[in-house]
Design a protein around this ligand. Sequence first.
Ligand code: ZN
Length: 251
Amino acid sequence: MFIKTEGVVLREVEINEADKLLEILSRDRGLLTVKARGVRRGRSPIKSACQLLTLSEFTLAEYGGKLTVQEAQSVEQFRLLRCSIELLSLGSYFAQAAGVVAQEDAPNPELLSLLCNALYALSHLQRQPALVKAAFELRLACLAGFAPELTACRRCGSPEPDRFDLSCGAASCAGCKTEESGIRMPLSAGMLQAMRFIVWCEPKKLFSFRLEEEALQALGSVTEAYLMTQLEHRFSTLDFYKSLLQYGETL
Ligand SMILES: [Zn+2]
């Protein structure tokens, strides 16, 4: 049996001299694990389409419950990501995080779009990596079922809350702490506005907001901590990305 589907390669593992095992976020089947035969050889016709962080049209052969790439054609390679170790590692973090949220046999076209749009914003639109990262993290949390409550303080109803509670995913005021409150992070007015935009905007506009540098850094700390708290997951790719940034700062 053959399956045709579009998808992004989230992860690749070399299994011998010629072959790789790919984890693909597909449009029609959700998360797939697929063998790519001969893809490590120089002349393989499917080599470029099976690269990490490439959106491709795959024809997969299914035999005994296992999938093998029969044909593959790249649709979008996000080439500029491959020119920068920083962007490539950030893209790899997006892929790893999307892989944690994705499920097998559960198509999630919104998740695939979010990932592709984030990679596109980094490579084609050249948006600030910190902005793309914050927007991706918060929107991914929403797709995973953890949309935060940002309309007003959860306790007193004030429209200008200045704290964000990571475990209950809600905004509140500094003075409105309750026994149920978990770790709360400070929220400036600009950060709150940006979070509301990220959560409520149309998918196409996700990366079009602006925020000054200091507030953007603070927003990134909140979105990153929120995603990790809700998914109960740490990301090796994120640790690597952050170590690159630190290394860059010391140069
Ligand atoms: Zn309050």
